[in-house]
Design a protein around this ligand. Structure first.
Ligand code: NAP
Length: 241
């Protein structure tokens, strides 16, 4: 029987690396994205090139009716399967100082990161609980652990996901479903391409930005059988930041 993993925001960056990693571990990977079909297809091509299997499943994580319709549709088409691993990775940044921050900048970031994680996890966890098996990994950020100036929306949304992770880990533990969070520091992706890497890397103890694959390795471990005794944790991949 196939083991399915859903990676939200799998078309680019960290989500792409996670999708490839999980496929290498034997998961059939459902690659979610919002609009970038071309990049999503590249992720799927990478999965198949490495001998893995996957499929594309576009939906907007912040739109609860779309999330519900698309995921319930997938369940109907796969009546004997369930999604065993969920990686809540989709995220956006809309930085601004608090006193200039617009309602849209606040709501877009909170809706994508925090509400999106809630909508999808609420829908999929019931299958994991009834099967007494499941792995949820939420991609948060150092920004949600420490706070970053100019990111009150992003820091708040990621801190919210950290709270969700810890509370849900307690709810789900009896059914052998683990829930953990991974907190990247600066990782080279589209999300950080507007940052001054030369300056910022001086603030990182290991002296460089990380690679998406370095985050994916840890996510792969947390989504594996080997991590069965780890739950409710937030683990950083940040070069010591
Ligand atoms: P990225 O390169 O900008 O990719 C973002 C991904 O999220 C894309 O696949 C995008 O899909 C998807 N996405 C955005 N909004 C979505 C929505 N409403 N519904 C569905 N998918 C959506 O970002 P990244 O750097 O890989 O970041 C991935 C995660 O890591 C995020 O949660 C981010 O906050 C976190 N993180 C990143 C860093 C870093 O340094 N890069 C550091 C800490 C945490 P489309 O291609 O369709 O737009």
């Amino acid at each position: 029987m196939r083991k399915y993993a859903l990676v939200t925001g799998g078309s680019r960056g960290i989500g792409r690396a996670i999708s490839v990693q999980l496929a290498k571990q034997g998961y059939t990977v459902i690659v979610n994205y919002k609009s970038n079909a071309e990049e999503a297809q590249k992720t799927l091509d990478l999965i198949t090139e490495t001998g893995g299997e996957g499929e594309l499943l576009p939906f907007d994580v912040e739109n609860v009716s779309e999330v519900t319709a698309v995921l319930n549709g997938w369940m109907e088409q796969h009546p004997d399967a369930y999604i065993e691993a969920l990686i809540n990775n989709a995220g956006i940044r809309k930085d601004n100082l608090m006193f200039w921050m617009t309602d849209d900048e606040w709501n877009d970031v909170v809706n994508t990161t925090l509400n999106g994680t809630f909508y999808i996890t609420r829908l999929l966890i019931k299958y994991m609980l009834s099967k007494k098996n499941g792995r949820i990994v939420n991609i948060v950020s150092i920004s949600g652990l420490k706070g970053v100036a100019g990111q009150v929306n992003y820091s708040a949304a990621k801190a919210g996901v950290i709270g969700l992770t810890k509370a849900l880990a307690l709810e789900a533990a009896k059914k052998k479903v683990t829930v953990n969070a991974v907190a990247p520091g600066f990782i080279e992706t589209d999300m950080t391409k507007d940052l001054n890497q030369e300056e910022l890397k001086k603030t990182v103890p290991l002296g460089r930005f990380g690679k998406a694959e370095e985050v994916a390795e840890l996510v792969g471990f947390l989504a594996s059988e080997k991590a069965a005794y780890i739950t409710g944790e937030v683990i950083s991949v940040s070069g010591g930041l």
